[in-house]
Design a protein around this ligand. Structure first.
Ligand SMILES: [Zn+2]
Length: 144
């Protein structure tokens, strides 16, 4: 699509997380735009949700991949999530499981797992399989 590089962020509906996730994905992976699919507590939804709950998320992400040739799908969870009041350890496990879920969809896009911490900074919980950072040191975020 006119050479623009898109990503897709699966985020909470929480307004505090969209900007940091989008800006981080743009700078770290050289993306021009990031489509957003928002759900309440999406890490829990993807890790523990019923197939009927997960299917609409897959449909929206698939649309983003299809129409924008999205290169990178981010599964994210965040600190102080009202939709998923779990411990950080539970969130991180759900993010890893959510990444496995998103990879099982078989879309032609890489998948990354992100945690938005209590400073509203991005931590990489599950790195993408293939995609290399455009600016690895730009944001100073920690990778695991
Ligand atoms: Zn939330």
């Amino acid at each position: 699509m006119s050479g623009l590089r898109f990503g897709t962020a699966i985020t909470c509906i929480d307004g505090r997380v969209h900007r940091p996730v989008i800006l981080w994905m743009r700078s770290r992976y050289g993306l021009d735009f990031v489509d957003v699919v928002s759900e309440m507590g999406p890490d829990k939804l993807l890790a523990d949700g019923w197939p009927g709950e997960i299917a609409p998320v897959r449909t929206k992400v698939g649309f983003s991949v299809k129409v924008h040739a999205s290169l990178l799908i981010a599964v994210s969870g965040h600190h102080d999530c009202a939709g998923n009041p779990a411990t950080k350890e539970e969130h991180l496990a759900q993010i890893r499981e959510g990444v496995r879920q998103a990879r099982s969809w078989g879309f032609a896009a890489d998948v990354i797992g992100l945690w938005v911490n209590d400073q509203w900074q991005i931590e990489v919980i599950e790195p993408p399989l293939h995609m290399q950072p455009a600016e690895p040191s730009l944001d100073g975020s920690r990778s695991s």
